[in-house]
Design a protein around this ligand. Structure first.
Ligand SMILES: [Ca+2]
Length: 373
């Protein structure tokens, strides 16, 4: 008795390559029908892989407002580079940058980076919160001259020459389509909390909270700590604690929190700082990194993660907590309570996702400017 299994009537080959081809399908002139069937199946699979994504309409660039304490840690500068790279790729549009660090060189430094990336007209707003300023290791780069000329050309000389942050936020938000803006906060809570309390003005008949409710679809914030076995008091939360409590209590749109544990699990590779920026004599983000803490130090990428999620929420870079509510406790601890209306979620990172995120961030931070845009 012949124990060799008969070919089934189904011509589907048992093994296909990654592209849908079974190598043997083209190697034997016999069994012509199976060959054609396998070929047609391969074509179908290839079509599905190749053309299906293109049939979807390209999505509009994500409208971003970036609020930063740039000048403290250097991850803010790297995050701003990521935003410019994403805009060059057509995936986001930076509507404005607002600053919570009370250093008069913070706005000139942002202006210098915007000039470096070929976008000198991005509006910049500056806090009037009166918080104590900590000296910066890298903001003086804004004033460095080589041969009598600014190393990083820009126009702004002082932060206080710019509009007050909440005024600029109201002006910019009022011009946007409803529920279209993603606000990214990677520093103190001062500006966005103050925005909630602003009264109607010439830009909008809505108060601040209603204006946010109408124009904003998401707040992506780097703040807090959501490791269940710890009681960390995270820097961004405690610097202006009344503002943090107010925002957590009153913010009217969904919030996604990138906790301390996410960025610290993703140190920026020092080798990238050493090798990936020599396409230009001076790069503001790389130079700021070296002034802050040079290689071989590998700086956590806290602020970059909130930017990446804001623009690519559906790319699987992170997992999400269940919905719940974050409250800021009297000492600044961010307590997450699952359930309820579910305004808040926080990012979760697996080891595999970590490798993907780190690679994406390196590519984006080091992406050269495209000066014509
Ligand atoms: Ca920051």
């Amino acid at each position: 008795m012949n124990q060799t299994p008969k070919p089934t009537s189904n011509p589907t080959p048992p093994l296909l390559s990654a592209f849908g081809f079974r190598p043997s399908a083209f190697g034997f002139p016999s069994d012509f029908g199976s060959r054609i069937s396998a070929f047609l199946l391969s074509l179908a699979l290839l079509s599905a892989c190749t053309f299906q994504p293109l049939s979807a309409a390209p999505s509009a660039p994500v409208r971003i407002i970036f609020d930063t304490d740039i000048g403290n840690d250097v991850d803010d500068a790297l995050a701003l580079s990521v935003l410019h790279a994403l805009q060059t790729r057509g995936d986001s549009e930076l509507l404005a940058v607002t600053i919570t660090k009370t250093d008069e060189l913070a706005a000139p430094f942002v202006d210098a980076m915007n000039h470096f990336y070929g976008r000198p007209r991005i509006p910049i707003g500056f806090t009037r919160s009166g918080l104590t300023n900590e000296p910066s290791k890298f903001l003086p780069l804004a004033e460095v001259k080589d041969g009598g000329k600014l190393r990083y050309p820009h126009r702004l000389k002082r932060g206080s020459d710019t509009p007050e942050a909440t005024r600029l936020l109201r002006q910019v938000l009022s011009r946007q389509p409803d529920r279209s803006v993603v606000m990214v906060q990677v520093g103190y809570f001062s500006n966005f909390a103050a925005l909630l309390g602003t009264p109607p003005d010439k830009y909008s008949p809505l108060d601040g909270r209603e204006l946010v409710r109408q124009k904003v679809k998401l707040l992506s914030v780097m703040a807090g700590s959501f490791q269940t076995n710890r009681h960390d008091l995270e820097y961004n939360v405690v610097q202006d604690l009344p503002a943090s409590k107010r925002l957590a209590r009153d913010w009217p749109t969904p919030i996604v929190w990138s906790g301390f544990e996410i960025g610290i699990a993703l140190p920026y590779p020092a080798i990238s700082i050493e090798r990936d920026f020599d396409y230009v004599a001076h790069h503001p983000a790389a130079e700021a990194y070296c002034l802050y803490n040079p290689p071989p130090h590998e700086r956590p990428t806290w602020d970059l993660t909130s930017v990446l999620y804001a623009v690519y929420p559906d790319r699987g870079y992170f997992d999400m907590s269940p919905p719940g509510t974050v409250t800021v406790e009297p000492d600044g601890f961010t307590r997450f309570t699952p359930g309820g209306s579910g305004r808040d979620r926080y990012l979760i990172l697996s080891r595999i996702q970590g490798a993907r995120v780190k690679e994406a961030l390196v590519q984006l931070v080091s992406q050269p400017p495209r000066m014509q845009r």
